[in-house]
Design a protein around this ligand. Structure first.
Ligand SMILES: Cc1ncc(COP(=O)(O)O)c(C=O)c1O
Length: 346
């Protein structure tokens, strides 16, 4: 038997890593509700804009001029039901990414180091963990409170601020390098009032507090209308056109925060990571917010229909705002329409 040739060794963190894989394949044509994909596709304006791309543009590198401004204009218009826009942003505060997944990866690459801690909740979006692991970070994942998946605010606050209660290092304790809050949370639907997130960020200046707002359009719980990135430069907000605008296949995500942080996160991406089709689609999607708003409204109506339809059937509905009743079987956890966790921090 021929001797196996020695192979170059990857970093030990990569050798130990289990690649993030989502159970996506072989389900095209089905409703992949676990992916929260848009079920009707993007605005007709997006389709038209993509069709209008001349073939010679396929052969040249993409340009991003004006896209940051288009996002700012979209946000200023109030980007979703219940959200009052984002005051006073400038283009340097917007990072462009090949989907929010790429933004998350870049954040860990730029800020997460071996031996440092990612603080987050459990269960939450599955990509945070491999990103922390590939950097060699420790993970402190605080469980949502049963029976109603309430946000573990006090536990997060203690883990964030440490034994001295003010985020200063004490003995072996170091503040977490990253706090990741998915709001509303995928998959529990737990909501946390933006004011609480801002309090956490203000109390922990050494920690980059990342708010994954992929689903904020469904609840209106964005920190953006209240955020002052000059006062809390350690706050970074993630938005995507994947779900509500229906561009998941094209990949377009944004990181919004202090210019210096956006700059550091953007340094670890490739120069042309976002392709021309995604750029064209993003301009068209941002220009047609009414289409996205109508889709969000439709999803919210569908949620209510689903709850009403499943209620008499064999599936036990586990409404996050109702106590558990100890039954076995299949469970469905529709995201809550209300309320959200608003208890003051501290
Ligand atoms: C909470 C959350 N964050 C980020 C992502 C990734 O978003 P994108 O498709 O923009 O990469 C997802 C996708 O499922 C998600 O659910």
């Amino acid at each position: 038997m021929p001797q196996a040739r020695p192979m170059p060794q990857p970093r030990p963190e990569v050798e130990r890593l289990q690649a993030y894989s989502a159970p996506l394949e072989g389900r095209r044509g089905l409703l992949r509700l676990d992916f929260n994909e848009n079920t009707v596709g993007p605005s007709p304006g997006v389709v038209e804009a993509i069709r209008a791309i001349p073939a010679d543009h396929y052969g040249i590198y993409p340009e991003y001029d004006g896209l940051r401004e288009a996002l700012i204009a979209n946000l200023a218009g109030g980007c979703s039901a219940g959200s009052a826009g984002a005051p006073g942003l400038c283009p340097e505060q917007i990072g462009l990414f090949n989907g929010v997944d790429a933004a998350i990866h870049a954040i860990f690459h730029a800020y997460g180091d071996r031996g440092e801690t990612l603080l987050t909740t459990s269960p939450t979006f599955g990509y945070y963990t491999p990103c922390a692991q590939m950097q060699g970070m420790a993970i402190e994942a605080i469980p949502y409170r049963l029976p109603d998946f309430a946000f573990p605010l006090e536990e997060i606050r203690r883990a964030l601020l440490g034994p001295l209660g003010d985020g200063r290092a004490d003995g072996d304790w170091q503040p977490p390098r990253l706090l990741l809050i998915c709001n509303p949370n995928n998959p529990t639907g737990t909501r946390l009032a933006p004011e609480r997130i801002l309090e956490l960020a203000a109390a922990a200046p050494a920690t980059l507090v990342v708010v994954d707002e992929l689903y904020e359009a469904f609840t209106g719980d964005s920190v953006l209308p209240l955020a002052d990135f000059a006062a809390t430069p350690n706050l970074l907000v993630l938005r995507s056109l994947a779900k509500t605008a229906g561009l998941a296949g094209l990949r377009m995500g944004f990181a919004i925060g202090a210019a210096a942080v956006v700059d550091r996160v953007s340094r670890v991406t490739g120069p042309y990571d976002i392709n021309s089709f995604a750029v064209t689609a993003a301009f068209a999607a941002l220009a047609d917010q009414p289409y996205t708003d109508a889709y969000v409204a439709e999803v919210l109506r569908a949620r209510d229909w689903l709850v009403a339809t499943l209620r008499p059937g064999p599936v036990h509905l586990r409404l996050p705002w109702r106590p558990a009743c100890g039954r076995r079987g299949s469970w469905c956890v529709p995201w809550r329409a209300s309320p959200r966790s608003t208890a003051p921090c501290g």
